[in-house]
Design a protein. Structure first.
Length: 259
């Protein structure tokens, strides 16, 4: 883990309040793995303001990308960052997704939860199917990334404005049924809202597949000291509040998580 100044290379809109920030971070970027995150000190906020955690959208050749949505004071201040500006970044933080799989990889994303899965898609040893869900067509992100990598794409929107109408679990259920019908196996990787994560985890357990879920908790320190992001986990001797999402996660296997 490093705490360094990063230079803004590009910062552009990605539609409907979403933006992509590209930072020059040297070794920090080179060490990043899919599913890890960075803790960013937002310029323009008071010195006492907490850092903000962001999933890593991509990292290569010393350059790290963040995909985010403007949802509050911190991200609104981030909008003002311009090429050449400097940002203090701590990372890479946490344990990410395993980059090997026992069966066909199924990536399940909700909204900007697609960011770490786009990073993962380029690191897995085999291609599979990505399921992207959102409220509207404007919330379907990173489609070009998966197409460029040769992944099959299934899209669902709650208002039916793009892809299937309904939740992303609709096409997921269909693909899971097709795999199991021929005796195949799959491994699930998911990032998005808690409701979606729980649904994906339940399906992984039902079918006897591994399900890797990236949890989103309120992370204050980012280094496991404040215990603000603990998660109840299942262990051989019972259930305990012992998982610090920032350092022990954010990725956990579905059988570990007590919802």
């Amino acid at each position: 883990m490093r705490d360094v100044d990063g230079k803004v290379l590009t910062h552009c809109g990605a539609g409907a309040g979403y933006r992509v920030l590209e930072l020059e971070l040297g070794e920090l970027a080179d060490e990043a793995r899919p599913g890890q995150f960075v803790h960013l000190r937002v310029p323009g906020l008071e010195p006492s303001a907490l850092r903000r955690p962001f999933s890593i959208y991509g990292a290569k050749d010393g350059v790290l990308r963040i995909l985010y949505k403007t949802v509050g004071r911190g991200t609104a201040a981030m909008n003002r960052l311009a090429p050449g500006d400097t940002v203090r970044v701590l990372g890479p933080v946490g344990n990410g997704f395993p980059c090997e799989c026992a069966g066909t990889p199924f990536l399940v994303a909700g909204g900007y939860g697609v960011a770490p899965l786009a990073f993962l898609a380029g690191r897995l040893p085999r291609k599979g199917v990505v399921f992207i869900g959102g409220r509207t067509a404007a919330d379907i992100l990173a489609r070009d990334d998966f197409e460029r990598l040769g992944w099959e794409i299934r899209i669902a929107t709650q208002d039916g404005s793009l892809g299937e109408s309904g939740l992303v679990t609709v096409p997921l259920d269909r693909e899971l049924a097709a795999v199991t019908a021929v005796g195949g196996t799959a491994e699930l990787y998911a990032c998005g809202p808690d409701g979606m994560l729980r649904a994906v985890g339940e399906r992984a357990i039902k079918h006897g597949f591994k399900g890797w879920l990236s949890l989103d908790k309120h992370m204050v320190c980012g280094v496991g000291a404040c215990l603000a992001c603990v998660q109840k986990l299942r262990r051989a001797d019972g259930e305990e509040w012992l998982g610090r999402v920032c350092v022990d996660g954010p990725v956990f296997e579905s059988r570990e998580i007590v919802w």
